[in-house]
Design a protein around this ligand. Structure first.
Ligand SMILES: Cc1cc2nc3c(=O)[nH]c(=O)nc-3n(C[C@H](O)[C@H](O)[C@H](O)COP(=O)(O)OP(=O)(O)OC[C@H]3O[C@@H](n4cnc5c(N)ncnc54)[C@H](O)[C@@H]3O)c2cc1C
Ligand SMILES: NC(=O)c1ccc[n+]([C@@H]2O[C@H](COP(=O)([O-])OP(=O)(O)OC[C@H]3O[C@@H](n4cnc5c(N)ncnc54)[C@H](O)[C@@H]3O)[C@@H](O)[C@H]2O)c1
Length: 443
């Protein structure tokens, strides 16, 4: 039998890798992780963690607005102070994650990994062999292919801004566009959001998306729909964003037009690993078209949301496979998603659009958040949710727009994932008064 340097070698060190690699090392497998940048990948270093720290005072500011008169005084966000706080919280994460890998005897090889054959990866020209290889190279920001695209910035540059610019122009209307427009507006910037079509956050219930857009509009954000950006030019200290119908003078441009898979120049074609514009093609075992080469995390072409919890679930599934603990295909649980605007917009399971398309299978219940006594405690002024039930009145989906939508959807997850009926729901005793008890009170 062939012998290899490693049982498993991962290319990339994000959540698609490390959550599973660490326990795999602990189980005695010989594991290597190849990383060309910061250990831990996007989420800890330039994604979720940085974003939620910069957003935290926005959520607090909204809470203070609601209880104005009870808690008095003006609140403003000190962006540089929060940046310093962000650095204090996240700058140590690569070393922390590297420590976890080290402690489990996992070799970290720094450099760009390129597949040489089905069992070999070259890093800076040095060949390392492995029985199984996992491609977990993630996504990178799309850059518009227009004149002056170099004057625009990506999400990482926004998250590292030392000062908030006076005027920020956001191109796109997805997660990053809506979350970052919210933060920039709250920190005092004038913000213009340019939508290519007429909808934002297309995967979400559109009336709830419009509640968020209306709220941001009242706070001074300008939304321009049906706009195609043709060119960005430099104009002294400022930039000019030219569209077919308008010219916008601005201090800073955020290109938030999506993220694309890191599949180029890593030897996929040479070794025969199939991919397309959405990522690497895998089967139900996360195997690529080359059976001993797997893929994990955002780089996979999949219907599940490309989020950290999905990447963690996949890396844990592969860990169980490589440890010989399962030979079953991956079965994804219901995966919730949330947009960290203020208010939040979260959803899980069957969507409102799907439920409305199949009235023979589903019923919908709508709740107006400020009607709930518990939400009146914090004087929540806005928000709605829709609960979706099947014909046996089991909860199969939920979506909410509110300041606590993330916590509500998290709280409802077990009912959906484990298909709880009335007797299980009765046995779930929640602390009172809390958001979980409020959420379950609706069932
Ligand atoms: C601004 C932003 C905010 C986000 N917020 C959230 C959020 O709130 N909640 C949420 O669930 N998700 C969020 N996400 C998504 C989340 O970050 C990703 O789903 C998650 O990081 C995916 O992990 P991954 O391991 O698949 O990829 P990544 O974390 O991107 O890791 C891939 C790694 O591979 C390395 N790499 C690439 N090619 C090579 C190569 N050839 N050789 C060696 N190394 C290589 C890269 O350097 C990188 O470190 C956010 C993303 C962004 C950009
Ligand atoms: N809260 C979260 O979980 C969270 C937050 C941020 C990012 N993310 C993840 O990061 C990834 C990327 O987020 P994103 O916001 O960059 O992508 P996205 O796909 O959510 O949104 C991209 C936006 O750009 C628009 N667009 C695309 N091409 C365009 C063009 N040529 N001109 C103008 N507009 C164009 C799209 O219509 C869409 O509105 C997603 O996979 C998401 O899962 C998640």
């Amino acid at each position: 039998m062939a012998t290899y340097d490693y049982d498993v070698l991962y290319i990339g060190s994000g959540h698609g890798t490390f959550d599973g690699a660490i326990p795999l090392g602990a189980k005695g497998k010989k594991v290597a992780v190849v990383e060309q940048d910061l250990v831990g990948g996007t989420c800890p270093n330039r994604g979720c963690n940085a974003k939620i720290i910069l957003d935290s005072p926005v959520a607090l500011q909204r809470h203070m607005e609601n209880v104005h008169g009870v808690v008095t005084g003006e609140t403003t966000i000190n962006w540089p102070a929060n940046q310093a706080h962000k650095h204090a919280v996240i700058d140590g994460l690569p070393a922390f994650i590297q420590g976890l890998l080290d402690n489990n005897n996992i070799d970290i090889i720094f450099g760009r990994g390129i597949l040489a054959d089905e069992h070999t990866v070259k890093i800076n020209g040095q060949a390392k062999t492995a029985n199984k290889i996992v491609i977990s190279t993630g996504l990178r920001s799309n850059r518009l292919d227009i004149p002056g695209t170099n004057f625009a910035h990506d999400s990482e540059e926004f998250l590292n801004l030392e000062q908030i610019p006076q005027h920020v122009t956001v191109i796109g209307a997805g997660y990053i566009a809506m979350e970052f427009a919210t933060m920039a507006n709250a920190a005092g910037a004038k913000v213009t959001v340019l939508l290519r079509g007429d909808k934002a956050l297309r995967a979400y219930h559109q009336p709830f998306v419009e509640e968020i857009i209306n709220d941001l509009t009242q706070r001074g954000v300008t939304f321009m729909r049906g706009v195609t950006v043709d060119e960005i030019t430099e104009n002294g200290q400022q930039y000019t964003v030219n569209t077919g119908s308008a010219t916008i003078e601005t201090d800073w441009v955020l290109d938030a037009t999506g993220r694309i898979p890191n599949v180029e120049n890593i030897g996929l074609e040479e070794v025969g690993v199939k991919y397309n514009a959405k990522g690497i093609v895998v089967d139900d075992y996360l195997r690529t078209s080359v059976p001993n080469i797997y893929a994990s995390g955002d780089v996979i072409d999949k219907s599940q949301p490309k989020l950290t919890p999905t990447a963690i679930f996949e890396s844990l599934y592969l860990m169980h496979t490589f440890a010989g603990e399962t030979t079953e295909p991956i079965v994804y649980p219901v995966i919730p998603s949330v947009v960290f605007t203020s208010p939040r917009l979260a959803q899980v399971g069957v969507t409102v659009a799907e439920a409305k398309a199949h009235p023979e299978s589903y019923t919908l219940e709508i709740n107006h958040i400020p009607d709930d006594w518990y939400r009146q405690v914090d004087q929540e002024q806005m928000g709605d949710n829709v609960l979706i039930f099947d014909k046996n009145h089991k909860l199969v989906g939920a979506t909410e727009v509110s300041h606590k939508a993330d916590d509500v959807i998290n709280a409802l997850l077990p009912a959906i994932e484990f298909k709880f009926g009335p007797s299980e729901i009765e046995r779930m005793v929640h602390l009172f008064p809390t958001i979980a008890s409020s959420a379950w009170g609706q069932l």
